[in-house]
Design a protein around this ligand. Structure first.
Ligand code: FEO
Length: 397
């Protein structure tokens, strides 16, 4: 359904209330998502991005019913990933003459994904498309936000920045605008999205924000490709990104663990108690990685100044749920955070050392020797774990 955004800009995307996993099963979407597509009806009628493939027919049928496919003059594809280009094959099957504006990497990606021999028009930063009525779409390449092909499009006059993945969030809402939704939910989804998707590209995020602000373009609206449209103080999300991109951390410590026979869980809880005793103002969260959503775990790591990671030893190694999180953490390349490791063991006891090695390799500063407990912790060892937590918190003050 067509929804008015500003001037002659409308939203024509798809709200996906049912979505619970995105990127295959890599990203949990507790609150669904949306694939935002926009129509700019000036002298030329321009379609900006499309929707995910399962909704392609519904989307193109809606465009036919509400506008008439014959009215569309061209498509701007800001980013080739399937969730935004999924309706291109259906649309271009019905309108094969439509030019598709995208970056050079966009052509490569779209050809690789859809194998279509379409009328591509390659654009780069500073290029613009005259769309009549004195207005232009100005293109700004934004590589790695979120793929090498990504770009922003800026509509002059109405000052709308079509930012695609950047500044988005996986959040289904019929309200459309940022000022009409629950702010706690909105920001929880924004930080989760940044933590899990954009963390490794933080240096590029910082540079792109500086470049955008340096262009001194007025921005009335930021129209992203997922979630709500930023119309009330749209630059608030840009300011947040600027902060998140600079080795973000809060006064927060997260304890991550998995446990076989409860020993490592007891250590985790005792360490958390010690942290709380030594530093009552520090937020402390203990999460069992086998029982907590992986992306929620990563969001906690992103917000924390330090993490303590524990696992019992199994087959001379680390339990799978902890090892999986360590693999994700390595790829996200967090900076400026401290860490330590712990765990119980029966016959050998390699896990804490292996965890510390993995965290060190991932860029964490190891702030304390591992706490390794042979067999089940008794009260005396739990006191030691509390003291370990107190000492760890004290080191971070
Ligand atoms: Fe929403 Fe990178 O796709």
């Amino acid at each position: 359904m067509k929804r008015h955004v500003a001037g002659k800009v409308s939203w024509v995307g798809k709200v996906d209330w049912e979505l619970r996993k995105f990127h295959g099963s890599e990203y949990s979407t507790h609150r669904g998502s949306s694939y935002n597509s926009y129509l700019v009806e000036e002298g030329k009628t321009v379609l900006i991005d499309t929707v995910w493939q399962p909704f392609a027919k519904e989307y193109v049928d809606n465009l036919e019913a509400e506008l008439g496919l014959g009215k569309i003059d061209c498509i701007v594809q800001n980013h080739a990933e399937t969730d935004h280009s999924g309706a291109l094959p259906e649309l271009l099957r019905r309108r094969p003459d439509l030019p598709v504006y995208c970056t050079a990497n966009g052509v490569k990606s779209l050809k690789g994904l859809w194998h279509g021999d379409w009328d591509f028009r390659v654009v780069k930063t500073g290029d613009s498309l005259d769309i009549g009525n004195g207005k232009k779409l100005v293109f700004v390449e934004a590589p790695m936000l979120h793929w090498p092909d990504s770009m922003f499009s800026y509509l002059t006059g109405d000052a709308v920045l079509f930012s695609n993945d950047a500044f988005g969030q996986h959040y289904a809402s019929e309200a459309l605008f940022n000022d009409l939704v629950d702010q706690d939910e909105l920001w929880a989804e924004c930080v989760k999205y940044y933590a899990n998707i954009l963390t490794p590209f933080s240096a590029l995020v910082s540079r792109k924000i500086d470049e955008l602000l340096g262009m001194k373009l007025p921005v009335e609206i930021i129209a992203t490709s997922h979630g709500i449209v930023w119309r009330k103080d749209p630059l608030q999300i840009v300011r947040k990104y600027a902060a998140w991109a600079k080795d973000y951390q809060e006064d927060r410590i997260t304890v991550l663990y998995d446990s076989m026979w409860e020993g490592t869980r007891k250590l985790a809880e005792a360490i958390a108690q010690g942290v709380a005793e030594a530093s009552p103002s520090t937020a402390i969260v203990a999460l069992n990685t086998a029982k907590t959503d992986k992306n929620d775990v990563i969001t906690e790591v992103f917000r924390s100044k330090a993490i303590l990671v524990g696992s019992p030893t199994i087959n001379k190694g680390i339990l799978a749920s902890v090892a999986g999180i360590l693999e994700v953490v390595e790829g996200l390349r967090f900076k400026g955070k401290k860490a330590a490791s712990f765990g119980c063991s029966g016959w050998s006891g390699e896990a804490p050392k292996k965890i510390a090695e993995a965290l060190g390799k991932s860029g964490f500063e190891i702030a304390a020797e591992s706490l390794a407990c042979p067999w089940e912790p008794d009260e005396a060892f739990l006191d030691r774990a509390r003291e370990y937590g107190r000492a760890f918190a004290a080191k971070l003050r």
